[in-house]
Ligand binder design. Structure first.
Ligand code: ZN
Length: 349
């Protein structure tokens, strides 16, 4: 049986059953959405040593949750047996479907079209003014503009170069609520849920190791590991490989308001080792095309619901390829990195 599910409710059921079977305690918080009252962010935890925490997250970007959820269910079903748990005494927390709305409705963003990995902004000043030039292409206002805006886009692409263009597009913006990579203008409930949850349940954490699973960015089938530059040597010893580049400090992935900052703010005295694990799927520009198409269909969903279904299905596959080789490799690496962090934390004093 595949761990990859197609809908929110089934993926959630499988995850919860697996967590339950391992004796994890379940807490859920309702995800904010007008569209459905049955959406929850699930927190499954094994509370042991209150000073050490291993945190695994799926679905900060909703649609990417299907891969993250598959990995979490695999970890729970295949690895966390009594023998393995006896190796350490640290607490373990899985956050499942952090952006439950996006997971359920096949969107990367939440119900407010906010990209939750751009949302933790310290002030509301305008970020990334370069986005402006790409917006007419990324979020066309009419079906006709979908085609005509290509010319402007190519012009900007040539002017900026590929790397800088991607930076301008994907690093987050807070001027167009209908656009892509929208950071929002206020802190979203999903982020507040996590902050409040950590403060309430894990206030004494001294060491926290985090694996935050994503898909979509980067070359097809490749695994990327991002982390802070001060975690580089830790990463080498823990993962037996180097980080691809520091998450927040390079030209090509310099985003504002990243989720890791929210974790640090939640428990400022904790020593955080945050890693973002990303699996490349169909290439950056193909992913961008799928996002643009889905965003257009979403904006016009009441006029043309069938177009949204089609665009949503495409988006699912853009972030969760059906290719069994890709799925197996991603599951295996997802499990491997979790086990490596688990072992490091078990061995730490
Ligand atoms: Zn992501």
């Amino acid at each position: 049986m595949s761990y990859f599910q197609k809908d929110y409710a089934t993926a959630r059921d499988h995850f919860l059953a697996a967590a339950e079977a391992r004796g994890f305690r379940q807490l859920r918080l309702r995800a904010p959405a007008e569209e459905s009252s049955e959406l929850y962010v699930d927190f499954s935890m094994l509370k042991r040593n209150p000073k050490k925490l291993l945190l695994h997250i799926s679905g900060l970007h909703g649609i990417e949750a299907y891969t993250g959820s598959a990995i979490q269910t695999k970890i729970l079903k295949e690895s966390l047996d009594a023998k393995l748990l006896a190796q350490g005494d640290h607490s373990i927390l899985f956050i499942h479907g952090l952006n439950a709305f996006g997971m359920a409705f096949y969107r990367r963003t939440n119900a407010n079209n906010v990209d939750l990995n751009r949302n933790f902004l310290k002030d509301k000043t305008k970020i990334n003014p370069d986005y402006e030039k790409f917006h007419p292409f990324l979020s066309p206002s009419t079906p006709r503009a979908k085609y005509t805006s290509y010319f402007g886009f190519l012009f900007q692409l040539l002017g900026h170069g590929k790397e800088r263009a991607l930076q301008a597009i994907a690093s987050g913006q807070n001027t167009h609520p209908d656009g892509l990579f929208y950071a929002g203008t206020s802190l979203q409930r999903e982020i507040l849920h996590v902050v409040e949850f950590l403060r309430q349940h894990f206030p004494l954490t001294e060491e926290a190791y985090v694996l935050d699973v994503h898909t979509g960015l980067g070359k097809r089938g490749k695994e990327f590991l991002f982390g802070d530059s001060d975690a580089a040597s830790f990463a080498t010893s823990c993962f037996q490989r180097s980080l691809d580049f520091p998450a927040a400090k390079t030209e090509s992935y310099q985003s504002a308001g990243m989720f890791s900052e929210a974790l640090r703010a939640a428990l400022p005295k904790t020593n955080w080792h945050y890693f973002l694990q990303e699996f490349g799927t169909i290439g950056n520009f193909a992913v961008l095309r799928a996002l643009r198409e889905e965003n257009f269909a979403w904006k016009n969903r009441f006029k043309d619901p069938r177009a949204l279904t089609k665009a949503g299905d495409k988006l699912y596959l853009a972030f969760n390829p059906s290719d069994p080789t890709w799925q197996e490799a991603s599951l295996a690496l997802g499990l491997k990195r979790f086990m490596q962090l688990n072992q490091s934390l078990a061995a730490s004093v």
